[in-house]
Design a protein around this ligand. Structure first.
Ligand SMILES: [Zn+2]
Length: 313
């Protein structure tokens, strides 16, 4: 079983307890309480060429740099104790006394694949929760300010005539490996290059779920819109939380029933069928030469491709 980045976070999220403000406060005051600071979707990390690690601070240190402990988000408990996230949203860099002078504010999106699996999943959770809170400071119904409740997992409208309760949202997106099995001895998969992709990366197709659409319908619609290929046999494979900023990627495999590729040349620059042998010549994400490269190792796109290669090789 290949492991998928940002999944299997070993954390008790305390869903049954975090409604109790007194209990949450006791967790903040716990001697082992730790905090992941976030600023402009970044957190402090110590980075080298091949490895990164998160710098997680003590709650007692962070306390002296925030006005109110209730601006923290309670993430949960691991075997060392409680963990919180705190968003610093001022424009200039927060004046936090990092114990490790090597640390710098870094976006998980850029270095997630170099982190320890648990650390990456924890930072993804922190990034997603701080992002949601930051973008729901005002009620979408009446425009009044909202207040944080339940350790930052709920925001309630302060207008007593409204009082609407807002919950963290996740935007579903599908991502699919389309395969051509018409020649059973020579399977191929469809990969495409989005105009936004860096380098010469080729990846699986993906897209957001429209309102009132089944996931299978989204897969078929997106594949046709982006490549002109018709599919059936849409089967679920795996999922990945994707906190950039607030998605869950739902991974599928689909079987092509037509094979002539048509791309718009704008959103999708190119798309081709590839055999496993051709894929074995691809470079790694980040290679800046002129060869095609595979998606990042922390993406579910890469998981879907690697899983397919293993199965058909
Ligand atoms: Zn309201």
């Amino acid at each position: 079983m290949l492991s998928i980045s940002y999944t299997n976070l070993q954390l008790d999220r305390g869903g049954d307890y975090r409604k109790d403000l007194v209990w949450i406060k006791s967790r903040w005051q716990h001697p082992e309480a730790r905090v992941i600071p976030m600023w402009q979707d970044k957190s402090p990390m110590v980075n080298s060429d091949l490895q990164s690690r998160a710098l997680i601070l003590t709650a007692s240190l962070v306390s002296s740099h925030i006005e109110d402990w209730q601006q923290s988000v309670y993430l949960g408990e691991d075997d060392r104790g409680p963990i919180f996230a705190v968003g610093f949203e001022q424009a200039t860099e927060p004046d936090l006394p990092f114990a490790d002078a090597e640390a710098s504010w870094t976006d998980l999106r850029h270095i997630g694949w170099m982190l320890d699996h648990q650390e990456a999943a924890l930072l993804a959770f922190a990034r997603g929760m701080i992002y949601w809170n930051r973008h729901h400071l005002f009620c979408g119904s009446c425009g009044h300010p909202t207040n944080s409740e339940q350790g930052g997992h709920v925001r309630r409208c302060s207008n007593e005539n409204c009082g609407r309760v807002h919950f963290p949202r996740t935007d579903p997106a599908v991502i699919m490996l389309v395969e051509d099995r018409s020649d059973t001895g020579n399977p191929r998969c469809l990969l495409a290059r989005n105009a936004r992709f860096p380098f010469k990366m080729m990846s699986t197709l993906a897209g957001f779920v429209d309102p009132m659409e089944s996931l299978e319908e989204t897969v078929a619609r997106e594949v046709f819109e982006e490549s002109g290929i018709r599919v059936d046999q849409v089967t679920y494979q795996a999922s990945q939380p994707w906190p950039f900023p607030s998605s869950i990627m739902l991974g599928f495999r689909a079987r092509a029933t037509s094979f002539d590729i048509k791309v718009d040349g704008i959103e999708i620059e190119e798309a081709h069928w590839f055999t496993p042998a051709q894929l074995s010549d691809f470079g790694e994400w980040g290679d800046e030469d002129d060869h095609y490269s595979l998606p990042r190792r922390d993406s579910i796109a890469r998981y879907l491709i690697d899983d397919w290669i293993r199965e058909v090789s």
